[in-house]
Design a protein around this ligand. Structure first.
Ligand SMILES: [Fe+2]
Length: 387
C-alpha cells in the first residue's frame, strides 16, 4: 500500500496576510503568540503582522528567541511563554527555523518533556497523542517549504544532534503565502533558499517510487523556479515572481514526501561542519551530482531515471534539447544566473576536508532514496568534482 499526503490549506496572493484576522476570528481565536526571530522583528515584519491583527482586536505577543538552526532551549522558552500567556494559538513567521520551532512548541505545550522522547527515529511520533493548539504559518522565505511539512528539526541539548520530530498534527492549519513579505530578502538569501526549493523538486522527482502526483508537483515546481528565480534576483520587487517562488517552495516540500537524494546528504555536513547556507550547499553540489547520476544511469541503462533526466533537460532547455548529457551544463548556467558562483573552495572547503564530508554524507539518510545505491567513494568523487 502507498500513502499519499498533500498539504494544508494555503492562502496565496499579494497581501493575503490581510485575511488572517478573519480566519482567526472565525475560529474564535483572540490571543496568540507569534514565533519568529530577532532579524524579522528588527526588519519590522512582525510589526506589520501585529498591526493587521490589532486593528481587528486580536492580541499578538512576540516570542523571538529562535536561533537560525533552532535548538532545544528555543522550544523550552517558547513553551514557557505560551503557557504563561495563556494563548489560544500560535503564528509562525519566518523561514524554516521559525516554522520548525513553532511546530515543535506546538506539540510540547500539551506534551510532557523531555523533548528527546519524541525523536522520530525512536518512534516518538506515537507519543504525540494530545490535542494541539492551532498553528498558522507565514513564511518569509521561499525555500524549505516547512510550512506545509509534517516534521520539524531541532538540535537537542544532550546529543548536540539535529533531531527530527514527525507527526501529521505538526502541519500548520493554514499557510499564508503573501509575496509582499519576501521583498526585503537579500539577493544571496533569495538565491540560496530558492535553490533549496529547486533541489527538493529535483531530488524528489528522481526518487524511484510510484507517486505520479508528487512527480507532477516536482516537475511544475522546477519549471516555476527556473522561470521565476532569475527574475526575482534581477527585480527584487517583482511580486508576481516572488509569489510563484513561495508557491514553488511549498511544492518542493510537498513533493519530497517521496524522499530526497545524494545532494542533500552532502549538503547537510557542509552546513553542520562548515557553516554553509543549506540552499547554497545544495546549489554548489547540483552539477557534479547530476554528472555522476547521468553517467550511472547511462551505464546501467536505468530507463525510468533516464526518462526523468531527459524530461528535466527539456524543461531547463525550454524544449530545445533532450540529451540529458547537457543537463549539468544547463543547470550551471541557470544557477550562475541567480548570482551563485561555483566551487566549494570559494567557501573554504579544501581537499583535506573531503574524506570527513564523504563519511558524514554516507551516514546521512537522505541518499537512501537516491535512485541507486551511493557509496562513500561515490560521495568522495562527487565532492572532489565540486571543489
Ligand atoms: Fe533542503
Amino acid at each position: 500500500m502507498l500513502q499519499y499526503n498533500f498539504p494544508t490549506t494555503i492562502l496565496f496572493g499579494e497581501n493575503s496576510l490581510k485575511d488572517l484576522p478573519t480566519l482567526l476570528k472565525d475560529r474564535g481565536l483572540k490571543n496568540l503568540l507569534l514565533v519568529t526571530d530577532k532579524g524579522l522583528v528588527k526588519a519590522g515584519v512582525s510589526k506589520k503582522v501585529i498591526k493587521i491583527l490589532s486593528s481587528k482586536s486580536i492580541t499578538l505577543d512576540i516570542f523571538d528567541e529562535v536561533h537560525s538552526n533552532p535548538i532545544e532551549e528555543d522550544v523550552t522558552k517558547g513553551v514557557t511563554a505560551f503557557k504563561n500567556g495563556k494563548y489560544d494559538g500560535l503564528i509562525a513567521l519566518g523561514g524554516g527555523s521559525a516554522m520548525d520551532a513553532a511546530k515543535t512548541i506546538r506539540f510540547m505545550v500539551t506534551h510532557e518533556p523531555p523533548l528527546a522522547q519524541y525523536d522520530d527515529a525512536l518512534g516518538g511520533d506515537k507519543k504525540i497523542v494530545h490535542p494541539l493548539p492551532p498553528l498558522f504559518a507565514i513564511p518569509t522565505t521561499a525555500g524549505t517549504g516547512s510550512e506545509v511539512g509534517r516534521s520539524s528539526v531541532i538540535t537537542l541539548k544532550e546529543t548536540g544532534k539535529k533531531t527530527i520530530f514527525f507527526h501529521p498534527g505538526l502541519m500548520p492549519d493554514i499557510v499564508i503565502l503573501d509575496s509582499t513579505l519576501t521583498i526585503g530578502l537579500p539577493a544571496g538569501v533569495t538565491a540560496a533558499t530558492g535553490m533549496d526549493a529547486f533541489t527538493h523538486c529535483l531530488e524528489a522527482y528522481l526518487v524511484d517510487s510510484f507517486h505520479p502526483m508528487a512527480d507532477a508537483i516536482a516537475v511544475s515546481g522546477m519549471k516555476l523556479i527556473f522561470e521565476n528565480l532569475p527574475q526575482v534576483i534581477q527585480d527584487p520587487e517583482n511580486l508576481d515572481a516572488r509569489g510563484k517562488m513561495l508557491l514553488a517552495a511549498t511544492m518542493g516540500a510537498t513533493a519530497f514526501q517521496k524522499g530526497l537524494g545524494m545532494i542533500h546528504s552532502m549538503a547537510h555536513p557542509l552546513s553542520a561542519k562548515h557553516g554553509l547556507h543549506h540552499g547554497l550547499a545544495n546549489a554548489l553540489l547540483i552539477p557534479s551530482s547530476l554528472e555522476f547520476t547521468i553517467q550511472k544511469s547511462t551505464d546501467r541503462k536505468l530507463k525510468s531515471l533516464n526518462d526523468k533526466l531527459k524530461n528535466i533537460t527539456e524543461i531547463i532547455s525550454c524544449n530545445t534539447l533532450v540529451d540529458s548529457d547537457n543537463l549539468p551544463y544547463l543547470l550551471r548556467g541557470f544557477i550562475n544566473s541567480t548570482g551563485i558562483n561555483f566551487g566549494l573552495e570559494n567557501e573554504n572547503i579544501s581537499e583535506d576536508d573531503i574524506p570527513q564530508l564523504a563519511q558524514l554524507a554516507v551516514e546521512d539518510s537522505c541518499h537512501l532514496t537516491h535512485p541507486f545505491t551511493i557509496t562513500k567513494e561515490d560521495f568522495h568523487h562527487t565532492l572532489i568534482n565540486a571543489l
